[in-house]
Design a protein around this ligand. Structure first.
Ligand code: KG4
Ligand code: ZN
Length: 357
């Protein structure tokens, strides 16, 4: 089974071909990506209109390249999958329309994929993990703890009540003068910093729900930055930046572990033992977080799965894989499937105040 996957929900245009062999193993035949980071850098964040235009400009070439690198013709495909949301609606329309057009022209089944579902299922592409598992989804737009019980069966155990974790990393990075997206710069600076120099808050610590809150932590960093700037008479010193990043990242790690503890309790009560803890989304590329989670889950005797960085951040392979997961269950989607700016994985979950999904 071979599926083409198209991803255009944010600032990466991506196309990939993934194959499922008869033994059940998955193989990424191609995974092409074009990042628009340079186009948005000057604005300190993603500009939706610029993103949509940039997707239109490159999507055809990218799909062609993904097909050529995979060495397959359209006739060899079993389905065409495209992310249909959630995300920036202009970009979503570009990828979704491309997917539909290709499916219509080739007569192949069409699969409208939830971008979050694709992140959630990536660990099955990379590690073949069985359901159920606990997913920590941490990206620029989402921070959620989800019980993944099966394809299409997601139970949200916790979410952020304000900022997403990647967003908090990006905002802290901006305060330090790093370019967007700043998560990787914060991680790098933290390597040489003193995580104990600043006593930053651990929001939600000890609360009985598995929700996150990150805006208080972000504000605490901002106050420290302002105080230091006054003391220094202007700019932060390199060691201030390193210490701030290390202190912030450590506060984030403590918070994540505390929230996962609560989520595991909820998981156990509702669905029994998980087979693993899985981390997905752009922030999963953070090695310090992964290291801390590895020792935490090892103590519990649970495997931790963190897919390789390029499959944690947005990519086409995860969309193709989600397409395979649906296709092999006999599912496909109609051509009038509408693009969705918002599309929560767990439709039954209560919306949270100021939440992102
Ligand atoms: O999943 P993703 O590629 O895009 C979406 O938001 O859907 O995630 C991007 C986010 C950005 O906020 C970026 O700063 C963050 O992931 N990120 C990191 C790291 N690499 C990417 N955050 C912390 N440490 C990293 N190494
Ligand atoms: Zn994403």
């Amino acid at each position: 089974m071979r599926v083409l996957g198209i991803e255009t929900t944010c600032d990466e245009t991506a196309a990939a071909v993934v194959a499922l062999n008869p033994m059940g193993g998955a193989e990424i035949l191609s995974n092409e990506i074009m990042s628009q980071i340079a186009e948005h850098a000057a604005y300190g964040g993603v500009v939706p209109e610029l993103a949509a235009r940039a997707h239109v400009e490159v999507i055809d070439r990218l799909v062609e390249r993904a097909m050529a690198k995979a060495g397959v013709a359209f006739a060899d495909l079993d389905g065409i999958a495209a992310a249909a949301g959630p995300g920036l609606i202009g970009g979503v329309i570009v990828g979704l329309t491309t997917g539909k057009a290709l499916a219509l022209a080739t007569g192949k089944p069409f699969l409208a994929i939830n971008h979050l579902e694709a992140h959630a299922l990536t660990a099955r592409l990379t590690d073949g993990i069985e359901f159920p598992y606990l997913l920590l989804l941490v990206s620029g737009g989402h921070t959620q703890l989800i019980a993944v019980e099966g394809v299409g069966r997601y139970r949200r155990l916790g979410t952020t009540i304000d900022d997403a974790l990647g967003e908090a990393f990006d905002k802290v990075a901006k305060m330090m003068g790093f370019p967007y997206p700043g998560g990787p710069y914060v991680e790098k600076a933290a390597l040489t910093g003193d995580p104990k120099r600043f006593a930053l808050p651990r929001p939600m610590m000890g609360r009985p729900t598995a929700d996150f809150s990150l805006s208080g932590l972000k504000t605490a960093v901002r106050l420290q930055v302002e105080k230091l700037k006054i003391e220094r008479g202007g700019e932060l010193k390199a060691h201030d930046v390193a210490d701030l990043c290390a202190s912030f990242q450590t506060a984030v790690i403590d918070t994540i572990i505390d929230r996962i503890k609560v989520a595991l309790r909820l998981f156990y009560a509702e669905c029994g033992m998980p087979n693993a803890v899985v981390v997905a989304g752009g922030v999963a590329a953070n090695k310090a977080i992964a290291r801390a989670l590895t020792s935490f889950t090892a103590e519990l005797g649970l495997p931790l799965i963190v897919p390789p960085g390029h499959l944690c951040t947005d990519n086409g392979a995860m969309i193709a894989w989600a397409g395979i997961e649906k296709l092999r269950l006999g599912q496909s989607d109609p051509m009038d499937f509408a693009p969705r700016a918002r599309w929560p994985l767990d439709a039954a979950a209560e919306p949270v105040h100021h939440g992102k999904a």
